[in-house]
Design a protein around this ligand. Structure first.
Ligand code: HEM
Length: 131
């Protein structure tokens, strides 16, 4: 029986699992390991805060993920296929370990963020784009 996604500890476990897989992904892994220089161990708490805010409304995350990915797309193009792979890996990580309402919400929220990111990235290529 899989677990409900219910606590900060569950999120920490899930995010960690997800990135271990994504870093090794043959399509998108290089973005995380070669394109950006991020100290991921230091960056993970930001991701925990993000997911905790999205799923449990804690408000602990204060960043702007849209802007991050618009900037990233300017350094290295992020086509839709990359987002599809990201979602596929996220969905795998979630469903391998968790079940229930919050697990489903984690997948649904990621998919809607993907749609919004793709939209914003397309908009950002417009010369009249205002961030
Ligand atoms: C093509 C797919 C994606 C790639 C390659 C990607 C890559 C990255 C990278 C490299 C960073 C670190 C940026 C930095 O700190 O310099 C990052 C941060 C982040 N990503 Fe993504 N990402 C993707 C899709 C998504 C999706 C779909 C979500 C939504 C759930 C997401 C949520 C975040 C968040 C919340 C951060 C932290 C932003 C912050 O520091 O405030 N990413 N991403």
């Amino acid at each position: 029986m899989k677990k409900e996604l219910a606590t900060r500890e569950d999120i920490e476990f899930l995010v960690h699992e997800f990135y271990q897989i994504v870093f090794k992904d043959e399509l998108i892994g290089y973005i995380f390991t070669e394109v950006v220089e991020v100290d991921w161990e230091a960056h993970f708490p930001v991701m925990y805060d993000f997911w905790e805010s999205v799923l449990f409304g804690t408000g602990s995350y204060r960043g702007n993920p849209m802007l991050k990915h618009i900037d990233l797309n300017r350094i290295e193009a992020l086509p839709e296929a990359y987002f599809d792979r990201w979602i596929e890996q996220w969905e795998n990580a979630v469903t391998t370990h968790f079940q229930g309402v919050k697990a489903e919400e984690a997948i649904a929220k990621a998919k809607s963020m993907k749609a919004l990111m793709l939209y914003k990235i397309a908009q950002s290529n417009n010369p009249n784009f205002i961030q």
